[in-house]
Design a protein around this ligand. Structure first.
Ligand code: NAD
Length: 274
């Protein structure tokens, strides 16, 4: 049994991973900015016979993470596994169209954004949440892992780290930074026995992107259709698709695996479109 800390675990994907790791017998610290969301997942785990605590923590504030660590250490002991799941995009780091056309410069529609309108604050928000939000929890919780056996870190990158998606330069760049950091940290921590790997999920329908990819009546938007057309397996991912790779990377079964970023994307990143 290990103590697993998962950030962003009040959310869709990492909530699923928290429950799956709990089913393996691990005790889970469900960290999230939203305490109620963290508690909801922890309650579900406890009701199913597992052991979990919900902890409020902001991955962008070191003090908040240090306070969370004290609580985790008191209630569950020292951390063996850290899953850096908190992350996401922001509309201010997103262009309205995939390609810039000359006429876009004359478009005065409220909210229409070309590359030239991208807001540095929006870009910083996305880089901070995904990259700094991975770095700080790692600095705080991986100290527990030094000198112990069987410890590892799992970051959540994205398939857009391999090839950027249109419209979301900040999110693509920030996740590329997460993948790059995964390799850097795997090397840096190689002599202290901490493995560092990442998942690169493809498209999963979640609260953040449902409105972008589906219409109110459940049909696909044009972008949703493009995604499915570019996904050889012809579907969105289900949160459960991430479970087996997570269990493998967090288990001693992968004891010689470090610095890998595994796409779980139905073939999206392998497909040239032709
Ligand atoms: P989600 O929005 O359901 O979950 C994210 C959680 O992070 C939320 O509960 C939110 O409250 C929490 N959070 C946000 N800011 C935080 C902060 N500062 N401190 C602590 N917690 C914070 O999103 P999801 O789709 O489950 O995404 C989980 C991870 O997977 C993210 O890193 C995301 O970028 C990545 N991802 C998602 C997809 C997808 O298709 N959904 C694809 C690739 C990668």
């Amino acid at each position: 049994m290990k103590t697993v800390v998962i950030t962003g675990a009040g959310g869709v994907l990492c909530g699923t991973l928290a429950k799956a790791l709990a089913k393996q017998g691990h005790q889970i610290a469900v960290l999230d900015l939203k305490k109620e969301a963290a508690d909801r997942v922890a309650d579900e785990i406890n009701a199913a016979g597992g052991k979990a605590i919900g902890v409020a923590a902001n991955v962008l504030e070191r003090d908040s993470l240090e306070a969370a660590k004290i609580e985790v250490n008191e209630k569950l002991g020292s951390c063996d596994i850290l899953v850096n799941g908190a992350g996401g995009n922001h509309p201010l780091g997103t262009t309205s169209n995939p390609f810039l056309l000359e006429e876009d410069l004359l478009n005065t529609t409220e909210g229409f954004k070309t590359f030239f309108d991208l807001d540095a604050e929006g870009i910083k928000f996305v880089f901070n949440l995904n990259f700094i939000g991975t770095l700080l929890p790692t600095q705080v919780f991986s100290k527990d892992m030094i000198g112990k056996k069987g410890c590892s870190i799992l970051n959540i990158s994205s398939m857009n780290a391999f090839t950027p998606l249109t419209k979301i330069p900040a999110y693509s760049g920030a996740k590329a930074a997460v993948s790059n950091f995964t390799q850097w940290l795997a090397v840096h921590f190689s002599k202290v026995g901490i493995r560092v790997n990442a998942l690169a999920p493809g498209f999963f329908l979640t609260d953040q992107n449902r409105a972008l990819l589906t219409t109110g009546d459940g049909e696909l938007t044009p972008r949703g259709n493009t995604i499915i057309g570019q996904t050889p397996m012809g579907r969105f991912g289900e949160p459960e698709d991430l479970i087996s790779t997570t269990l493998y990377l967090c288990d001693d079964a992968s004891s010689f695996v470090t610095g890998v970023v595994i796409p779980i994307d139905g073939g999206f990143s392998a497909f040239s479109g032709v």
